[in-house]
Design a protein around this ligand. Structure first.
Ligand SMILES: Cc1cc2nc3c(=O)[nH]c(=O)nc-3n(C[C@H](O)[C@H](O)[C@H](O)COP(=O)(O)OP(=O)(O)OC[C@H]3O[C@@H](n4cnc5c(N)ncnc54)[C@H](O)[C@@H]3O)c2cc1C
Length: 376
């Protein structure tokens, strides 16, 4: 018997649909709510490392991810010179196992649709445009007051409501993300033939200029700069600013720039980070994914860590007889150090860039890759 028979999951990003799918498949009546009016995801593309692919395969969606994304097995480092000279091609470690590619790039809306469809197929009841305003718990469950005034009682509430989690505040957990000092321009556009994997250029006028193929016909490109207030720019000015910064970068960038022409596909955001100290639960309410920990995407591990939280929590809930201290200590033993190590390493990489310091990037990346190559 699973430890729970009814669960409410808040947040239909990555961790939410993943944990909901697992629980529903295991026979738990699972509701999934999201404050967004519908399931469409914003954002350009996402880089999925092997350990994220391993979790997506366990979720039963690997074939869709493979078909709708772009797989590759190496990372290029290029120089910020007039030719974008290729300095080195580093083979990816296949952290999800030898039978999965090292990396897949895909459009975020496509990934969002895949995980939501899988949740619906598993029998999860999904409601958009709703959230909760109250969580009153006793020893055996949680009485949830929804924003429209209705209530529902559940054995457990899983908050996967993202980096600015309202649940954290409801639980009076006084941890909020802090800006790391960097801002990122991202744009979605057509893939030129010269882009067949992620290449990164460190240096030049910005910290990082990179791109990732997301399909036969698409890619996302990004430029990382000092965090600035860019909020006054119109979409057309945002596009012009990104193109101006990108003009300093060459090689495949010369093929990418002409395709970046739609201002609605350009986005600017600051990097943020936080880790909620263990425990991530307060009684029968638990935080997972970005609600519990967030990192700048310098190692492209945020999504993977969110998926791993979801997998481990669902596995424990389905295997344990009850929701008790053993269950929570097992969850935190498997998740806290691993997620914190990834967050710390992602921050360290960013800090070396901010400080213009030559840190041991290959050593740090190798340590994280070795860690995440182990099943969560
Ligand atoms: C610029 C940038 C680039 C990134 N690139 C990568 C990358 O390439 N690879 C990677 O692995 N990771 C990347 N990440 C990190 C990745 O996006 C996150 O780690 C991942 O989306 C976390 O998943 P999640 O389900 O925890 O949260 P989210 O995906 O943020 O989902 C949270 C959901 O909760 C909903 N919600 C919010 N508030 C409420 C509420 N009160 N009630 C109900 N629902 C609510 C939101 O609408 C949303 O749907 C990047 C992050 C940033 C900022």
């Amino acid at each position: 018997m699973p430890a729970v028979s009814s669960v409410l999951v808040a947040g239909a990003g990555l961790a939410g649909p993943a944990v909901a799918t697992r629980l529903a498949t295991g026979g738990v009546a699972t509701d999934l709510i999201d404050i967004k009016p519908d399931g469409s995801a914003l954002g350009s593309g996402i880089t999925l490392q092997g350990n994220a692919l391993r979790e997506l395969r366990r979720l039963g969606v690997w074939e869709q991810v493979r078909a709708q994304g772009y797989s590759f097995d190496s990372l290029g480092l290029r120089a910020p010179d007039p030719f974008g000279t290729l300095l080195v091609e580093l083979p990816d470690v296949r952290s999800g196992g030898p039978d999965l590619p090292g990396t897949v790039g895909m459009p975020r809306p496509a990934l969002a649709r895949i995980v939501l469809d899988q949740a619906a197929s598993a029998g999860v009841k999904i409601r958009f445009g709703t959230s909760y305003t109250g969580l009153d718990q006793d020893a055996s469950g949680v009485l949830v007051t929804f924003a429209d005034g209705t209530t529902g009682r559940y054995d457990l509430v899983i908050a996967a409501d993202g980096v600015h989690s309202a649940t954290r505040r409801l639980l009076r957990i006084a941890v909020e993300p802090r800006p790391t000092g960097m801002g990122i321009w991202r744009a979605f556009g057509p893939r030129p033939a010269s882009v067949t994997r992620t290449d990164l250029i460190y240096g030049g006028p910005c910290y990082i200029a990179g791109y990732c193929p997301t399909g036969e016909d698409s890619l996302y490109a990004y430029i990382v700069e000092d965090a600035q207030d860019r909020s006054a720019l119109t979409p057309a000015q945002q596009l012009a600013t990104m193109l101006e910064l990108a003009a300093a970068y060459h090689g495949p960038w010369d093929d990418i720039r002409p395709g970046l022409s739609d201002p609605s596909l350009v986005n600017y955001t600051w990097f943020e980070t936080h880790v909620v100290p263990a425990p991530w639960n307060r009684g029968r309410v638990v935080l997972i994914g970005d609600a519990a920990h967030s990192c700048p995407p310098t190692l492209a591990q945020g999504g993977a860590q969110a998926l791993e939280d979801a997998a481990v929590l669902a596995e424990l809930l389905l295997d344990a007889g009850e929701v008790d201290e053993d269950l929570w200590s097992g969850f935190h033993q498997r998740r806290f150090d691993r997620a914190k190590t990834v967050v710390d390493a992602s921050n360290q990489l960013g800090q070396w860039l901010l400080d213009h310091e030559q840190g041991d990037v290959p050593g740090l990346a190798a340590r994280v890759t070795a860690l995440v190559s182990q099943p969560a």
